[in-house]
Design a protein around this ligand. Structure first.
Ligand SMILES: Cc1cc2nc3c(=O)[nH]c(=O)nc-3n(C[C@H](O)[C@H](O)[C@H](O)COP(=O)(O)OP(=O)(O)OC[C@H]3O[C@@H](n4cnc5c(N)ncnc54)[C@H](O)[C@@H]3O)c2cc1C
Length: 590
């Protein structure tokens, strides 16, 4: 097949906060960068981030990057790598100032400094009083960040391939990644992007679950591409459920609401978090609050006719605070529930939100793979943002740490790529016919399909996948339900081989893209349930009812899942920090 090839120094797959921050670093240094995005860049999911980004600026309460590091290690339930966490927390204040200089319109305090709100799991002085560390642009922080980063990239003349879908990575016999095949969603044209360096920045996989806070584009494509290229995925058993998704619908109500003074109540009007986290209460870590809500409902203290949600109360904050600090939340609540939170409480339920696992990387955003006596970096291959696992979030991410992660590690990737290109200035040779197997995979969904009542469709299979993930791999898990999930997801994968795109005789490319996305989701789903079944302890977001305690002796290690034979291996947590003492594991109380 004749296929157009374009050559760049760097291919960045993904135009969210991570991809755009890296691309900016490179374009400003006159590197020839291609950014590929399946949606127009400013529609990337970062745009939906609400509450803000953590940095120890100390504008509202005393603060220090070291306290931020302590909170992040504790929040991760001691699975986070402490060198990467130290790097991120130290870099945070300058990163915020840099974003401000790029034009991000942060909200302001009376004295003109950047506004910071309290978020869950934040403390002063290593576990003391609540800190206020989250820098916010009202409750539309991600929107402000993404638009500023996009404008800066336009100024720096970054080359964008908008509405192109990356299908697969391309590699030579030595295993070096040399670019990717992309698919023009409008015209079906396939293009090879050949690159000396590749950054995967494709975001998370929230669409694995039926009720989730994510955009429909969050289908884990980059992670699945990595799996197909023979790379592992790390810590996939850890998926974050946000305590306050709109019940039954999923839209996010930011933790910033509780940061501003909102709180949760059960059907008796009881502020139940006081029982589960006497000190931090509603601002305990997300895994703790989600479990508490699930228990309240299981024990019959839920609200509403079916007792299947709890209420988030914020009417006592007054209309001025709600209109100034939480305008987006008020909009969401009025649009989707017909409820004005100035007068009434919002019904909420723990909802699938964030992929803690991902492509294993180090603090320079280089992809790392296991070898006989440890691990090594993949030359020229990088991953950053929600698709990567640095691992700064470990078993549970703290709110406000993801917007930080994407800019800190997007920037780190850009910086390291510049260094790499200095010593690797030439393209490696792309082998003849390297694209053939990928093109075959594309062809399967490119074919015209006649309606056929016998075979199952892609949307039906996606529903099956989302249902089993939600029912069998949610806030609480057991051996029995996870075994059932592994069997079901494997059978969905088999059925997908024979499925057709839809019931319609005219197939649009958007429907073809959904087929590619489902192939990706199924592989990510399998990685998640197999890793969850194997981990016989409860840590962070992974709560096993049959193994209720954290087990540091046997399980303080990262899982690594490979597609081939569904192989699972483990590697140690990097407990050694860069310059400060390690925070040793302790009982986690809030
Ligand atoms: C509702 C909501 C609110 C949130 N609020 C906060 C918050 O207040 N603070 C915080 O710290 N975190 C928050 N988060 C988390 C945070 O927003 C995300 O983790 C972060 O924005 C992810 O950024 P990213 O750059 O990794 O990916 P994304 O912003 O998701 O971008 C992914 C990019 O990859 C592209 N892409 C994906 N697959 C392909 C493909 N196959 N081909 C081509 N392009 C592809 C997409 O087009 C997109 O450009 C929130 C998350 C949600 C869901």
């Amino acid at each position: 097949m004749n296929i157009v090839t374009r050559k760049f120094d760097t291919l960045v797959i993904g135009a969210g906060g991570a991809g755009l921050r890296a691309a900016l670093q490179l374009s400003e240094a006159n590197v020839k960068v291609a950014v590929v995005s399946k949606v127009f860049p400013t529609r990337s999911h970062t745009v939906a981030a609400q509450g803000g980004m953590n940095a120890a600026l100390g504008n509202v309460t005393p603060d220090s990057w070291h306290w931020h590091m302590y909170d992040t290690v504790k929040g991760s339930d001691y699975l986070g790598d402490q060198d990467a966490i130290e790097y991120m927390c130290r870099a945070a204040p300058n990163t915020v100032i840099e974003l401000e200089h790029y034009g991000v319109p942060f909200s302001r305090l009376e004295n003109g400094r950047i506004y910071q709100r309290p978020f869950g799991g934040q403390s002063q002085n290593f576990g003391g009083d609540q800190a206020a560390r989250t820098c916010a642009a009202a409750d539309r922080t991600g929107h402000a960040m993404l638009h500023s980063l996009y404008q800066q990239n336009i100024r720096a003349k970054t080359h964008f391939f908008d509405e192109f879908f990356a299908i697969d990575l391309l590699k030579n016999d030595a295993g070096d990644i040399l670019g990717a095949i992309i698919y023009d969603i409008e015209t079906s044209e396939k293009i090879i992007i050949e690159a000396k360096t590749t950054l995967i920045a494709t975001g998370g996989a929230g669409q694995l679950f039926r009720t989730n806070t994510n955009a429909s584009i969050n289908t884990g494509d980059g992670m699945a591409m990595a799996l197909r290229a023979g790379l592992p995925l790390q810590d996939m058993e850890f998926f974050q459920f946000h305590p306050t998704g709109v019940a039954g619908k999923g839209m996010l109500i930011t933790e910033g609401v509780r940061g501003e003074g909102g709180y949760l109540v059960n059907c008796d009007g009881e502020r139940f978090m006081e029982r589960y986290a006497p000190h931090a209460k509603d601002l305990a870590s997300r895994d703790v609050v989600s479990r508490a809500i699930a228990i309240e409902i299981r024990e019959g203290r839920g609200c509403g006719p079916n007792k299947d949600y709890v209420y988030l109360k914020l009417d006592h904050l007054g209309s001025d605070v709600i209109k100034k600090r939480l305008p987006g939340i008020r909009d969401t609540s009025m649009t989707f529930l017909g409820i004005d939170p100035i007068d009434e409480a919002i019904p909420v339920f723990p909802t699938a939100h964030y992929t803690m696992g991902g492509i294993p990387t180090n603090r320079f955003a280089q992809v790392v793979v296991p070898v006989a006596n440890g691990e090594e970096t993949m030359p020229g291959l990088y991953a950053a943002g929600e698709c990567a696992c640095a691992s700064v979030h470990g078993a549970n991410r703290l709110g406000g740490n993801s917007l930080l992660d994407i800019v800190v590690f997007g920037r780190a990737a850009g910086k390291h790529i510049l260094k790499y290109l200095e010593t690797n200035p030439y393209h490696k040779v792309l082998p003849e016919g390297v694209a053939e197997s990928v093109l075959k995979r594309i062809e399967r969904w490119d074919e015209k399909q006649e309606p056929d009542v016998e075979s199952i469709t892609v949307p039906q299979l996606k529903n099956e996948l989302q249902q089993v993930m939600e029912e069998n791999c949610g806030v609480f898990r057991t051996e029995e339900v996870l075994e059932e999930a592994v069997t079901t997801v494997k059978s969905i994968k088999e059925k997908l081989d024979k499925a057709r795109i839809s019931d319609y005789s005219t197939i649009f490319n958007t429907a073809r893209i959904e087929a590619f996305e489902l192939e990706n989701l199924v592989d990510i789903g399998l990685a998640t349930v197999i890793s969850a079944l194997a981990r016989k302890e409860s840590r962070g977001a992974h709560s096993r009812m049959d193994f209720e305690n954290r087990d540091d002796v046997n399980w303080m290690k990262h899982s690594l899942y490979f597609l081939e034979n569904n192989l699972l291996t483990y590697k140690p947590v990097r407990t050694k920090a860069l310059t400060v003492e390690t925070f040793p594991p302790k009982k986690r109380v809030y």
